[in-house]
Write a new protein. Sequence first.
Length: 340
Amino acid sequence: MKSKPRVFLSGFADESTSNKTIVEQFAVYAALGLQYYSIRFVNLGEGIKNVMKLTRADIQKIRQFQDEYGLNVSSLGSPIGKVKLEDTDDGTTNLYVPFEKYLDDVRLACDLAHALETKLIRGFSFYHPKDKDPNDYLNKTVDQLGKIAEICHRSDLTYGLEVEANLVGQNGLILADIYRQVNHPAMVLIFDGANIVMQGYNTLEVFEQYEAMKTGLGWLHIKDYVNPPGTDKEIISGVHVEEDKMSNFCPSDCGETGHEKIFRDLATILPTLEEKLKGRGLPGVFVDLEPHLKGGGQFGGFSGPDGMGVALRSLCKTLDFTGITYHLRDFGDVKAARGF
């Protein structure tokens, strides 16, 4: 009997608690039955730190807690690529870092990924000047991302490029073009439906962008969004989005992304995609919860422990309905985590 296609469930653990403490993050995720998490912000008792600021001592503590709670890192939720492409004053607060110097951050991200035993680094495609056409900045973006991918490749890691508003790769069509031009085995694409919907695109257009990204797909982020009544795509799309003011995030089974149709299509390519990712040292295809149910912005979001539970049940229901199985803990995992 042919087995059903399967994904590995994960999520941004920092969304489960407002103060980002490691114990609360891990307690929520273990209770939900998740074995994998993406690390982005963490509080180890000395305030909230971005993953890029972690010290060796911090990582040692995190790994001790991981062992206690039976968790593994699916991806390093880095902010790599969320800086200006050019040193221009465009009215935003985005930072500019000379690219050759910025590559030191990429190398640091690789070191952190190895220390946390993950093969994946989440990243972005740089900010072009506000209100300019992102297509005018493709050549420079492709050049820089190619160099980032090569550094990751030399470290036996994979760089995932997330679709997100205001970046050069702000929609699936542009991101797919970037992927084709970079043409590097260490770079894959991360689909996130809410990041497309919030720019004013409708469900049909989201699916078209997902299809464009399929060839380069590496993994998926799961959150959804509902545009207010009267939203006009022609007015919103391509215009700078005030991310911190977006407030209509919702579970994946009640937004405008159309996850059901996307998952049905995903099921047909999962065996091939899984084989590709296993070739890069991964267990399979990750589906990463990033719900933002109680708020989200440019560098993160919050759902709370209850929101994470709602988001996970919503995702599992849609996966069940579309015939995709998924990895959650079972009794064997619990016994193994406790050394039984």
